[in-house]
Ligand binder design. Structure first.
Ligand code: GDP
Ligand code: MG
Length: 178
């Protein structure tokens, strides 16, 4: 990606999957480019069912909510952004099935940052009272991401953007009528 790629174009109705390790900047990116109501966040859904966005034991219930909200939104042809790690094929499968069912193009943003950056950002976030998942979790997630990239490049009937440090240079995500 170079400086000319700072304006990206996506359909005005689509399912956006953010894919990346904890600390990669998914939530920051989502908040910068999408409306709060367009973002379905697994952390928020965990908090909705357990009062704790970090409570992994709440994940099953949280993802039921993620899928339900996503289905309702896509049925209403509302652009929807999934703010979750979305690293595993089995994590993405129910979301891709919803996209197919409601004829929503899929746009993926893969956050290809190095592990050290993700770990450092987790640490900074932790120091500010947020979540720090630690080096082991990030390392595992990074392995999963790299392993999954060939498959990720094949999904989506629209397009996949790969964002490394270049994510900061995405100044605008332009929506075109679909
Ligand atoms: P997520 O776990 O992928 O949702 O990552 P977050 O969006 O929570 O970002 C993790 C930490 O990195 C936060 O403290 C952010 O403020 C910081 N961060 C996110 N994006 C960027 C970025 O593009 N540049 C820098 N320097 N920091 C970022
Ligand atoms: Mg996040």
């Amino acid at each position: 990606m170079d400086a000319a790629d700072t304006v990206l174009t996506i359909p005005d109705f689509c399912l956006v999957l953010l894919v990346g390790a904890s600390g990669a900047g998914k939530s920051t990116f989502a908040a910068r480019h999408f409306r709060p109501t367009e973002i379905v966040s697994s952390d928020t859904c965990r908090a909705l069912v357990s009062d704790d966005e970090a409570d992994q034991s709440a994940s099953a219930a949280a993802f039921e909510l993620v899928h339900m909200i996503t289905g309702k939104r896509l049925a209403a042809r509302r652009l929807t952004v999934i703010d979750a790690t979305n690293l595993k094929v089995r994590d993405r499968k129910p979301l891709l099935a919803l996209a197919r069912r409601f004829h929503a193009p899929v746009v993926t943003f893969a956050f290809l940052l190095d592990a050290a950056t993700c770990v450092a950002r987790n640490r900074e976030r932790g120091a500010r009272g947020g979540r720090d998942v630690g080096v082991e979790v990030v390392t595992m997630q990074q392995t999963e991401l790299r392993k999954g990239m060939p498959g990720l490049r094949r999904i989506g009937n629209f397009t996949a953007f790969e964002t490394g440090a270049a994510v900061d240079r995405i100044t605008e995500i332009r929506r075109v009528p679909s």
